[in-house]
Design a protein around this ligand. Structure first.
Ligand SMILES: [Ca+2]
Length: 475
């Protein structure tokens, strides 16, 4: 029986080969950051994708192109390659895409997506909005929405419920500070909250609470102003500064790198930190357990609080994708290039891209059930994180899944837009003025009574010119 089947299959294959010589293999050239022919896992994933595509009727040889890693090195090398006229079929951008779109070498993806089999159902709400504003980049990932976590056993020890208002957050930070949860015998030497670089992570849950509803807001006179210079922003910064003054928020946040921030959390010098994504929250859980062997520590996700201005995750910039995959408009194989991207958004493509390899990152039992191995923590998606993908077993911990559920349930589109190139110096200068003053307010180097001085400096650095332009763009 088996022999008969094999013979029949062979005959069919031969017949196919004779009848359809046009079914030749298509070569698709793909360039993506850190997707390399020198990385065995990358090579193995590409081979798995080719095999699955072939099974689905697409005989495609995907040739990846090695470019240097590191964002600026990649952007530079990619720019040089494209300007030399070497334009791969699929191009991953992490900057530099607008110039290429203006040259007309990037395909409008919206008609392709409309006719796609999988991508149209795999998009996140912000992807849809970004594509309608800028149809050249596809980056199917949940929006970045940092959310706070703390040790569940510390919350239990304090006898407190997760905070649901900004006042309750302040009370929690105070309680963490006043107790001796790290058990070093000294109360008062644990920060409620730490961060790194900027206050952007905090803004993720506190912007809406204080009424910072988006990048542009209307002032009392009905004119558009940047939210950076509004009373709502001032109230939020006052809150951050008060936390810092009371020793609840880390005054060293500006100089903290991300690993210093994490280290303060694992060693008990800070009670709460923000995780930038659900996956990162799971990394924090793993590292916390590594730092405290045998304790089986759980992290609790803290809620998005309500405040005097409202409640919700910060508005998401939908002006365009800042990174993502493009298809060359001058490719001779657009159909097959798009077929590769479409497949990566399918259940089968996502299974390859998200679960790693059988017997390495997961095992599949005889009954088909999947168990992830410890190796899964070293695996990362090379392409997409489809909104509709269902893993065969939960890939995220319950805490990280809760963070993803919050992101899914709480999306607000921002009204930021793409600046014309001549505004780049103003955008940079105002951002620097803002970050410098926020740091001064939080460390106590400047008092909130100097708010008007900050606003003047901000407007002089380009804020006024930017607001005038914004009024012509926004309705
Ligand atoms: Ca202590």
């Amino acid at each position: 029986m088996l022999k008969k089947l094999l013979l029949a299959t062979t005959a069919m294959a031969m017949l196919g080969a004779l009848a359809a010589p046009a079914m030749a293999q298509t070569t698709i050239r793909l360039v993506s950051k850190d997707l390399l022919t020198t990385n065995p896992d990358d090579v193995k994933e590409i081979e798995a994708i080719e095999a699955a595509l072939k099974k689905n009727g697409h005989d495609i040889d995907i040739q990846t192109i090695d470019l240097p890693g590191g964002t600026s090195a990649y952007v530079d090398a990619l720019g040089i390659m494209l300007l030399s006229g070497d334009i791969p079929d699929i191009i991953y951008f992490q900057g530099g895409d607008q110039k290429m779109a203006e040259q007309g070498i990037l395909e409008d993806l919206n008609p392709w997506i409309e006719n796609s089999e999988y991508i149209k159902d795999a998009l996140w709400p912000h992807n849809v909005e970004r594509l309608s504003n800028y149809p050249y980049l596809l980056y199917i990932y949940p929006p970045r929405a940092p959310q706070p976590v703390m040790r569940q056993d510390w919350l239990d020890e304090l006898g407190m419920e997760p905070p649901t208002t900004v006042e309750e957050y302040e009370a929690l930070f105070q309680a963490i500070h006043d107790a001796d949860l790290d058990g070093d015998g000294t109360p008062g030497n644990t920060l409620g909250l730490t961060g790194f670089g900027t206050t952007a992570e905090l803004d993720s849950i506190f912007n809406q609470a204080f009424g910072v509803t988006g990048t542009w807001m209307k002032n009392a006179e009905g004119a558009w102003v940047n939210s950076r210079v509004t009373d709502a922003e001032k109230a939020k910064i006052e809150f951050y500064a008060r936390l810092a003054e009371k020793g609840l928020f880390d005054k060293e946040y500006v100089t903290n790198t991300f690993d210093v921030k994490e280290d303060k959390f694992y060693t008990g010098k800070a009670g709460v930190i923000f995780g930038s994504s659900p996956e990162v929250i799971d990394i924090y859980i793993g590292k916390m357990r590594q730092a405290h062997p045998g304790e089986e520590i759980e992290l609790a996700l803290l809620p998005v609080p309500s405040g005097p201005g409202g409640q919700g995750l910060a508005a998401v910039d939908v002006s365009k994708e800042s990174r993502g995959f493009a298809v060359s408009s001058i490719s001779e194989n657009k159909e097959e290039a798009f077929a590769v991207l479409d497949f990566m958004a399918s259940q089968e493509g996502q299974n390859i891209d998200r679960m790693g390899f059988p017997d390495v990152h997961h095992t599949v039992a005889a009954d088909g059930s999947v168990i992830f191995t410890d190796q899964i923590s070293t695996w990362y998606a090379r392409f997409f994180n489809a909104a509709n993908w269902q893993p065969p077993v939960p890939l995220l911990s319950p805490t990280a899944q809760a963070a993803l559920d919050t992101i899914k349930a709480d999306f607000t589109a921002d009204n930021a837009f793409v600046w014309p190139a001549e505004f780049a110096p103003d955008v940079d200068a105002t951002e620097q003025v803002y970050r410098a003053w926020v740091a001064k307010f939080i460390t106590g180097e400047a008092s909130l009574e100097q708010w008007d001085a900050f606003v003047s400096e901000y407007n002089a650095a380009g804020g006024t010119r930017m607001a005038e332009y914004a009024a012509t763009v926004l309705q």
